[in-house]
Design a protein around this ligand. Structure first.
Ligand SMILES: [Zn+2]
Length: 352
């Protein structure tokens, strides 16, 4: 008995400075240690989030990411180093190894997988909170559907260039992502880190807000959660907290009508490996239209030199793949048979 108490004390002592903060205290720390979190995406935001939550003592963290580490990730993806690249490690596994060295008292799972409508419910099983470390609206709407359907909180975060966004979503209490953004912006209006760049401190700011709200939620302090949409431009020195409470209406297809179309796969982008062609076809949600002129300008600005298009198709070489894009957003990416690689390249350069 004495030994158990001393083990508990020593396990708590590493969190002493956090416990000293009155709203957390020992009770809050125990709640954190008992909590389970699903983190989807382990890139810029994801590595910052995982680092903070594992150091804070979240009991169980499941990380899902489909990607490998590349040299251009190291500028902002704080859990990775050059050895991970040399070892050819996927992000989820490299993150898991680093995080377990940071805190061996928490359980970290790293799953190399593409979170989609077929597997997300299983991935989120037992999770008290879902965290957005993704780079695309398709996965975010999926997380939003799941969170609303199962009455679990989730925290949206996004950043590109010097701008950032953060919104904690408490499904029964605050607007959901579709209340605020009913549809994803068209691809040409949606810059990505691979087309418009990203400053590392901007990632830190967004992830810090997400992690802070996560700690409030997991320690049971829902009253302290900021339900406003944070939107800032760190280069122009502008920061606003937008009240979005009025956006929650009974008309929202997700939290109002409780139609979970993304979760049902009705709006999902599809991928098909084209047999014998070493190519993957990617089909976006129905109704998508893309503007070739705007996409060509975005790609050229990102340093893609060989972009050319007519009214029927746009062609370019993206990360070594021969990409052909059609007006309905459909793309054929030649040079791979891996759907995950094709989806990654599409999300990077075309957007979703
Ligand atoms: Zn809603």
């Amino acid at each position: 008995m004495i030994r158990q108490t001393s083990d508990l004390n020593s396990s708590l002592s590493r969190y002493s400075r956090q416990i000293l903060f009155t709203p957390i205290g020992e009770e809050g720390q125990r709640r954190l240690s008992a909590s389970r979190v699903l983190l989807v995406g382990c890139g810029a935001l994801g590595t910052h989030l995982a680092d903070t939550l594992v150091r804070a003592g979240v009991g169980f963290l499941r990380i899902v990411d489909r990607d490998y580490i590349e040299p251009n990730n190291l500028q902002r993806q704080i859990l990775f180093d050059e050895d991970d690249i040399a070892a050819g490690l996927p992000k989820a596994e490299a993150a898991r190894r680093k995080l377990q060295r940071i805190n061996s008292q928490v359980t970290v799972e790293g799953l190399v997988a593409d979170a989609n409508y077929r597997n997300i419910e299983q991935l989120a099983e037992g999770a008290d909170l879902l965290l957005d470390g993704t780079d695309n609206f398709e996965t975010r709407y999926l997380m939003n559907d799941l969170a609303v359907k199962t009455h679990r909180p989730w925290i949206y975060g996004a950043c590109v260039g010097a701008t950032g966004l953060c919104l904690p979503i408490l499904p029964d209490d605050s607007p959901c992502l579709r209340c605020v953004f009913e549809q994803a912006p068209p691809p040409e209006m949606n810059p990505t880190c691979d087309t418009a760049g990203i400053l590392s401190p901007v990632v830190s700011i967004v992830a810090a807000h997400q992690a802070l709200e996560a700690i409030k939620i997991l320690t049971g302090h829902l009253e302290a959660v900021d339900r406003r949409l944070l939107h800032f431009d760190a280069w122009q020195n502008r920061c606003v907290h937008l009240s979005v409470a009025a956006a929650k209406t009974a008309d929202c297809p997700c939290c109002g009508q409780r139609q979970f179309d993304h979760l049902a796969g009705k709006l999902a982008a599809g991928t098909t490996t084209l047999c014998g062609r070493n190519a993957v076809q990617l089909t976006p949600a129905e109704g998508t239209r893309v503007d070739f002129t705007a996409i060509a300008a975005k790609l050229r600005a990102a340093g893609i030199a060989d972009v050319r298009h007519n009214a029927f198709m746009l062609k370019a070489t993206l990360d070594g793949l021969d990409a052909t894009l059609f007006p309905d957003g459909r793309a054929i990416l030649a040079g791979t048979q891996q759907p995950d690689q094709a989806r990654t390249v599409y999300a990077r350069y075309i957007g979703s």
